[in-house]
Design a protein around this ligand. Structure first.
Ligand code: ADP
Ligand code: MG
Length: 531
């Protein structure tokens, strides 16, 4: 036999009250979202000539009455008839969103699941609704103490729209504090598309730049918006305006902050919105790890508002969004590099960390980064090479016996100056890898780029840096070498383990201390233990 599962409202209501959202503060987001939807609907209907009379000032007001312990959310939206109240509020999980969207395709509606309204009961003993539809029908009063019996009757209300009155319960009195409400509004409602007022002050910017066309915006607009998001921050380097409507909807603006050192990295600076409603600033599963260094806003109605983190990870849209953003960021970097290489190089100090991190963690990005990843020469001209340029310019001198391109690098141009000079005298090109990510980057890239090998400029005497099968032989006998080692042991104990005596050309220093590449790297990684 077949059947249908029935739901007992007496049993389900306490569950909704307790578990609908883990954060009780969400109630305000949900009820304001409904007010926004009702307002957007009335706008849509008016544009089709379906609303008679004046639209009035389309705004939402949040009113706090500490004495009577109520919070009221008042809108001038579409309102509800008595019949609609019965249909939408008396039925759990019943939403009007789908019907409306079917009729008016391009409307921007936040609602979806038909549950949000009940979040009011998480913080209330009783919820009252006074509503008047745009249709010529009497106003309706509905009240429910969550038992879940409700009362419905005709009411007095002159203006079109809906007032939701929450009678805040004893456990939720924190929400009767003005500051608390302000913070919640600031978090969730900052960029909602309808003006929202609290204490006679408008708390939102209904037209954030990400909903506008890039062609309508100036650099100043982007900078201003950055400042609005992160007051007191340094101006960003550049930004990417995201705008896609197939195969998913996504808008947003991502900024490249000025970052030189990894300790300056601040993750969780990207805010995720859905139709201008704030969802979260923990975008870990939506944005590739390395892109978390970026700042800004992503807005996608295709990222569901009410779902859990683990669900997001597996969501196919989320994965597509991830790939799309990676591609956009790589394309933008390539574009700047191609359009104005000098400007790109001037910013490299700030972008480099980000690009390297991306190349290490995201293969899709690595594939594209070849075109704009650069290395800076340690010489006075401070030239930059792409990998291809470095290879072609060093081919004759720096290819070793295994046909690998040896990238000679310095981690400290001041202390390694003598080695750099000696190598440069041979015509070698030394590039700088000085930042904290560089050691990991080098290890990583040797695995990815199989025709490249990195050697630090002080890894051996200059003659032996590029292994061409003609390594210098020692000019001393074994006995002499051992004696010399003993002498070094007395003076510089920490390197004696590595002492080697090799033949030196007459024009170089009589003694050169070197640190073999592999031994040093193992020590850096803590694997070798001891000097
Ligand atoms: P959803 O927003 O996902 O549709 P809700 O539970 O939040 O679900 O609301 C259910 C329905 O109640 C809405 O779809 C809408 O038709 C109606 N509704 C709720 N709040 C309002 C309001 N302020 N004005 C007009 N209609 C509303
Ligand atoms: Mg809703």
């Amino acid at each position: 036999a077949k059947g249908q599962i029935r739901v007992e409202s007496e049993n389900i209501f306490p569950i909704i009250k307790k578990f609908l959202y883990s954060d009780h503060e969400i109630f305000l987001r949900e009820l304001i979202s409904n007010a926004v939807d009702a307002t957007q609907k009335v706008k849509t209907l008016a544009s089709k000539g379906e609303v008679k009379g004046e639209l009035g000032e389309l705004r939402i007001d949040i009113k706090l009455d500490k004495e009577n312990k109520t919070i009221t959310i008042a809108d001038r939206g579409i309102g509800m008839t008595a019949e609609e109240v019965d249909k939408y509020l008396n039925q759990v999980a019943f939403s009007s969103a789908e019907e409306f969207l079917e009729k008016y395709k391009d409307a921007n509606i936040i609602g979806h699941f038909g549950l949000g309204f009940y979040s009011g009961f998480m913080v209330s003993d009783r919820v009252d609704v006074i509503t008047k539809s745009y249709k010529d029908e009497p106003a309706t009063f509905w009240t429910c103490d969550g038992n879940p019996e409700f009362e419905i009757r005709e009411a007095e209300k002159a203006e079109r729209g809906t007032d939701i009155v929450l009678h805040i319960n004893a456990e939720s009195e924190e929400f009767l504090e003005e500051e608390r409400i302000k913070n919640i509004l600031n978090k969730f409602c900052r960029f909602l598309p309808v003006p929202i007022f609290f204490k006679d002050e408008q708390i939102n910017n209904p037209e954030p730049i990400w909903i506008k066309k890039p062609s309508e915006l100036t650099d100043e607009d982007y900078r201003k918006f950055y400042n609005e998001l992160y007051p007191y921050s340094e101006t960003p380097l550049f930004w990417i305006h995201l705008n896609v409507d197939y195969p998913f909807n996504l808008t947003g603006v991502l900024y490249f902050p000025k970052i030189k050192q990894s300790y300056e990295i601040q993750k969780d600076k990207i805010q995720l919105y859905s139709n201008q409603v704030f969802v979260t600033d923990e975008v870990k599963d939506i944005v590739p790890e390395f892109l978390m260094l970026l700042h800004g806003v992503i807005d996608s109605p295709d990222i569901p508002l009410n779902v859990s983190r683990s669900y997001l990870q597996g969501d196919p849209n989320v994965r597509k969004i991830n790939a799309y953003i990676t591609k956009k960021v790589a394309d933008k970097l390539e574009e700047i590099f191609k359009k104005d290489r000098t400007a790109f190089e001037e910013k490299w100090e700030n972008i480099g960390l980000f690009v390297k991190y991306g190349m290490m963690t995201e293969d899709k990005f690595l594939d594209k980064a070849d075109k704009f990843f650069v290395m800076q020469d340690a010489g006075d001209d401070k030239k930059y090479y792409t990998l291809e340029e470095y290879k072609s310019q060093t081919e004759a001198l720096q290819k070793n016996k295994d046909n690998k391109y040896i990238i000679l690098y310095t981690t400290d141009p001041v202390h390694q100056d003598a080695y750099i000079k000696a190598a440069q005298a041979k015509g070698y090109k030394i590039v700088r890898f000085e930042t904290i990510v560089d050691a990991a980057f080098i290890n990583h890239m040797e695995m990815k780029w199989n025709d490249v090998s990195f050697t630090r400029v002080d890894a051996d005497i200059t003659d032996n840096l590029i292994d061409k099968n003609d390594a210098a032989e020692s000019v001393l006998s074994q006995e002499e070498t051992d004696k010399l080692k003993e002498l070094f042991k007395l003076d510089i104990p920490e390197i004696t383990a590595n002492v080697e005596v090799k033949g030196l050309s007459p024009d170089t220093a009589p003694v050169v201390a070197t640190r073999p590449e592999m031994m040093r790297r193992m020590k850096d990684m803590g694997a070798a233990g001891g000097p």
